[in-house]
Design a protein around this ligand. Structure first.
Ligand code: GLC
Length: 640
């Protein structure tokens, strides 16, 4: 045993935890992670870090001691379920509390609406203190531990969490680890000349180093916050601001920043958060001469966060919000022996769905699955069609080429298709963060508008209306049945189209992502219960998909998704199975009627029930062709 291990053990003994009784779970996890935690810490911050490691130990003990008994019981329950977050019964929704229900206490009243749809996992978009007109939708946090007044109070949040727990619903909140608002106490102190807090950020006297950094760092918001640095007139220094000018990047080379953020993470853990969405982890380590994204040290920090969470708030899983290239994303899961995030966004597949919908072809989608196929056991994806952010076309050039397209032309087509620059397109979307230097751009717009509903309503074209509803449900079906947690975005369940009111709102007009962040009009949402309305068709369709998901255990993610090449470039399929059942899902992303020839390889069996259409399909008796209407999908449960 090393000196520091001995000291830590003494602290543990002095802590008066009941190592054999009530606190056994903590003790066991602490003992098995201790060497690993020390080693990660040394790798990041170097040796001779005993004081900090002792601080970290005390923080873990304090966190565990303060953890409510009901959460400790839940920790044990979750521990007994193998990777609870992979379960087919979980279906999530992301929503802005104020735009959905005004505030946290009203949200409680809206829960029956969500439960009726089948939602049992809530992602509340950031609700911690954030200055209203410099907020980035709450991602510029000025106090990590206080709820923003317009949403309510910390008490309201605690009450809501209890209510969710009683209703068997899970809660996800964000921790914004990469930056703070420039109104955060740390930034304020730095501005007032406090050197300790200046070291919490990256600050520079002149443009020498910022220019060097800028030469290799991409720009995230080139249209509204070009470059990666902002001049602080108070400090008379340049500050690193990778996102908006008001979001100051935290300096993780300073261990105090790590420890402060660890404390914040534990705070959320003890609030009863089930999944913590770790915002923008790809950016947390910076090094000259690199893109300052996905660096090895960022992964070490995430592994360290994870190991400490496993010890002190074990029921809380970490979601890494890394929207990065397909090969880079896999590293955020860590490995079987060195765990990192349990959950990650499948942004690659999300973007590929939009690719397939625009081109009517599935070849890039199929080519790309190999890159994101082999994730470690006990990890899962968030699958989604839309979220609060833009759609980035981040899949790899190599796969676009393999599918027979030119990457430049292909991406240009997609951007044109979704932003109104291609005459054959039904979509109404907007280009986001266009960078004239690189011609890069991402796409904004709601699921419904991008699927053609906005145009169909304006032109009152019944065929197009039906077509857009079919597209919406097909896109949702793909996300709901792939391996992982489906995360719906609020408003999409009743077909909200783009909201252009942000254009005249001073805190939002520079950011067209607000076009797809609707303010809920409950008169509209109530039409979900009114037969044959657009809202009703989308809502009940989505509800039916969710019910099917919940009725079939083979949809639990055990890395059991096998992609199927359907012998036709417009179709794509995958198969899911467990020891009792097998299901095959096939999607037609094209506007054409498609005849798929069914042979042994594609559908290994004789009789299937199509759970979406309610038909029995006898492969042997009814010839060997499966017919797909435009944007039709089939959910085939093998019967024999
Ligand atoms: C994440 C959020 C995004 C935000 C950014 C900066 O990517 O999803 O909305 O702008 O982080 O915090």
């Amino acid at each position: 045993m090393t000196q520091i291990e001995r000291e830590i053990n003494e602290i543990l003994v002095a802590s008066k935890l009941k190592l054999n009784g009530h606190d056994n779970m903590f003790y066991f996890r602490f003992a098995s992670n201790l060497k690993y935690i020390i080693s990660l810490y040394h790798q990041i911050y170097g040796l001779d870090r005993d004081q900090e490691l002792i601080y970290l130990t005390n923080l873990m003990i304090k966190t565990w001691k303060e953890r409510a008994d009901v959460l400790k019981e839940r920790d044990i329950q979750k521990d007994n379920m193998e990777s609870w977050f992979t379960d087919h019964n979980i279906v999530g929704m992301s929503l802005y509390v104020d735009r959905f229900a005004n505030n946290i206490s009203n949200l409680k009243e809206k829960l029956p609406y969500l439960e009726q749809l089948g939602i049992n996992f809530l992602h509340l978009m950031p609700i911690m203190k954030s200055p209203e007109n410099e907020s980035d939708g709450g991602y510029a946090v000025s106090d990590f531990k206080a709820v923003e007044d317009r949403f309510g109070t910390l008490e309201d949040l605690i009450k809501l969490q209890k209510h969710l727990l009683e209703h068997n619903m899970y809660l996800m909140l964000d921790v914004v680890i990469n930056h703070t608002s420039h109104h955060h106490e740390w930034a304020q102190k730095a501005k007032n000349g406090d050197k300790t807090y200046e070291n919490y950020f990256y600050t520079f006297e002149d443009r020498n180093l910022p220019d060097q950094f800028d030469s290799t760092m991409p720009e995230i918001f080139p249209h509204s916050s070009p470059g990666n640095f902002t001049w602080s007139s108070e400090m008379k220094k340049w500050v690193m601001t990778v996102f908006n000018y008001y979001q100051w990047d935290l300096n993780y080379t300073n261990p105090s920043v790590f420890l402060a953020m660890m404390d914040t993470i534990f705070f959320y853990g003890n609030l009863g958060v089930d999944i913590l969405r770790v915002d923008a982890p790809a950016f947390i380590w910076k090094k000259l001469g690199t893109t300052c994204q996905n660096l090895d040290e960022a992964h070490l920090i995430l592994k360290l966060f994870r190991a400490c969470v496993d010890v002190a708030t074990p029921g809380m899983a970490l979601l890494g919000e890394a929207i990065v290239a397909p090969k880079a994303i896999m590293k955020y899961f860590g490995s079987e022996s060195e765990n990192e995030c349990s959950v990650a966004y499948n942004a690659t597949h999300m973007a590929l769905q939009w690719d397939a919908l625009a081109t009517g072809e599935t070849s890039v989608m199929l080519m790309s699955q190999g890159d994101i196929y082999h994730k470690p056991k006990s990890t899962t994806w968030i699958n989604y069609t839309r979220c609060h952010d833009d759609i980035g076309l981040g899949f790899t050039d190599e796969n676009i080429i393999k599918a027979g397209f030119s990457p430049y032309e292909h991406r240009k087509f997609l951007k044109d298709y979704y932003s109104g620059n291609y005459s054959g397109s039904d979509a109404t979307g907007l280009l986001f963060a266009y960078n004239p230097k690189t011609e890069d751009a991402r796409i904004s717009g709601t699921l419904a508008s991008l699927c053609g509903l906005e145009k169909a309503i304006t032109s009152q074209d019944k065929n197009n209306l039906n077509k857009s509803i079919n597209k919406i449900l097909m896109m949702q079906a793909n996300s709901i049945f792939m391996g992982g947690i489906p995360m719906l975005f609020y408003g999409d369940e009743v077909g909200y189209t783009n909201d252009y009111s942000y254009q005249t709102d001073p805190g939002k007009e520079y950011d067209n992502r607000w076009a797809h962040r609707p303010i809920i009009d409950w008169n509209k949402n109530q039409k979900a219960n009114q037969l044959d309305t657009i809202e009703n068709r989308i809502y009940t369709g989505t509800q039916k998909l969710i019910n099917i998901r919940k009725s079939h255990a083979c949809i639990t993610d055990t890395n059991n998704t096998l992609w199927i090449e359907c012998g036709n470039k417009h179709l794509i399929g995958f198969r899911r199975w467990n020891e009792n059942e097998e299901m095959t899902f096939i999607f037609n992303y094209s506007p054409h009627k498609i005849y798929m020839s069914v042979n042994q390889y594609h559908l290994d069996g004789n009789q299937f029930r199509d759970l979406w259409h309610g038909q029995i399909i006898n492969i042997r008796e009814n010839a060997n062709l499966l017919v797909f209407d435009p944007y039709q999908f089939r959910i085939l449960l093998k019967l024999q």
